[in-house]
Design a protein around this ligand. Structure first.
Ligand code: UD1
Length: 367
């Protein structure tokens, strides 16, 4: 079996790591195509090096741009690659522009498509990720769902026949790296200057267009973080840095200490060192849950509803409208005591994915 993985953005590289490792233990040929959606070393190279992922076999080098430009560039660049490689499967990951472009390109060439992390829904059509994941699910042949909830969403959309519960590959990698960090196998993370890892601090990230692109809203959220009574280590995504600079908003203010995005092991170590997380990232909500840190999510909804149902995650869409005491009390609240169970699987999802792809008899809907 020959499988092409199409990846391009940071969270896809995290998911690729356990998949590449699982394929490495088989006879199958696994080809990695990097679209180049993320190109800064902080968002790409450090994940290949740090997670032991083989170098990409093909790099499309598309870079940044509007949704149409970026998605179109991946589509154009992929055609000759898929034509040449003739894979048995094209595997796409998550919900970025690289995901929908990979799925669309493959489906138009009558190549079977598997979608890893299928069935997640925010039901918020303002999110580019929601368009990407819904459209990818509807054109893919095999839907690898991470959770029971994702299976339910796929069922509601008439996609049960193509869906299989595989578990969440992020559990595989997150727990493996957690164990290595706790065993002292990684250097201490490069936390922002002014953050003392021996004292309580909150770890924060912010990158969603809905939070960063409107100047008034971004200034209000940054103000809410700055007002907190504990230091905030803000790991600033390039999109946040770019929008803040464009709008003349200073990130380093009040409680906020600004740092760069961290490599994966550094991020896991930083979450473990923190007393809680404030974020709008999907991946980090789940990582904090797995690493048992309370999370406050600056969004009106989440795809990872299990983190909220178990009490580890709270949604605060507008922190600046909450009142500073209530806001501070929310982000510094105590961890829940009930056992959260294992809603994201047992850490063997990547092996499940390989086995499901080997055994899948559904074939392509589009051949
Ligand atoms: C993308 C994904 C999002 C995912 C996020 C993880 C889409 C629609 N969005 O958002 O789902 O959660 O990745 O990080 O696919 N930039 C750099 N260097 C880079 C990459 C980006 O400076 O290596 C800057 C550029 O100013 C660019 C902006 O960040 O315009 C946004 O990058 P883009 O890849 O379009 O979206 P993300 O916000 O990273």
């Amino acid at each position: 079996m020959k499988v092409i993985s199409i990846v391009g953005a940071r969270p896809q590289l995290v998911k690729l790591a356990p998949i590449a490792a699982a394929f490495a233990g088989t006879e199958h040929e696994h080809v990695i195509v990097h679209t180049g959606q993320h190109y800064d070393a902080d968002l790409s190279d450090v994940f290949f090096e740090g997670l032991g992922i083989p170098d990409p076999d093909v790099h499309l080098g598309v870079g940044s741009g509007s949704h149409g430009t970026q998605t179109g560039a991946v589509l154009t660049a992929l055609d000759p690659v898929l034509e040449r490689e003739k894979p048995d499967w094209v595997l796409v990951y998550g919900d970025t522009n690289s995901t929908i472009a990979g799925a669309l390109s493959a489906v138009k060439m009558h190549l079977p498509v598997a979608h890893l992390e299928a069935g997640l829904r925010s039901f918020n059509r303002r999110m580019p990720e929601e368009h990407n994941r819904v459209l990818t699910d509807h054109c893919a042949d095999l839907l690898l769902a991470p959770t029971e909830e994702a299976m339910r969403h796929l069922g509601d959309e008439g996609l049960t026949e193509r869906a299989v519960l595989a578990g969440d590959v992020m559990v595989d990698i997150c727990l493996k790296i957690r164990d290595a960090v706790l065993a002292g196998e990684h250097a201490a993370p490069a936390l922002p200057e002014g953050i003392d890892p021996g004292r309580p601090f909150l770890l924060a990230t912010l990158h969603r267009p809905d939070n960063t692109d409107d100047p008034e809203r971004l200034a209000a959220i940054v103000g809410a973080l700055a007002s907190l009574p504990v230091p905030v280590a803000l790991l600033a995504h390039p999109r946040l840095v770019a929008r803040a600079a464009e709008h003349g908003i200073t990130l380093e203010q009040g409680a906020i200490k600004v740092g760069r995005p961290l490599p994966y092991a550094g991020l896991v170590a930083a979450v473990l060192a923190s007393s809680g997380v404030v974020t709008d990232s999907g991946g980090l909500q789940k990582e904090a849950f797995l690493l048992e840190r309370v999370t406050t999510t600056i969004r009106p909804e989440t795809e990872w509803v299990e983190t909220v149902a178990t009490g580890w995650n709270t949604l605060v869409p507008d922190p600046h409208l909450m009142g500073s005491e209530a806001w501070a009390a929310t982000v510094t609240r105590a961890a829940p005591t009930a056992d959260p169970g294992t809603p994201y699987g047992d850490g063997k999802a990547a092996q499940n994915v390989v086995r499901i792809m080997e055994e899948w008899k559904g074939g392509s809907q589009h051949a």
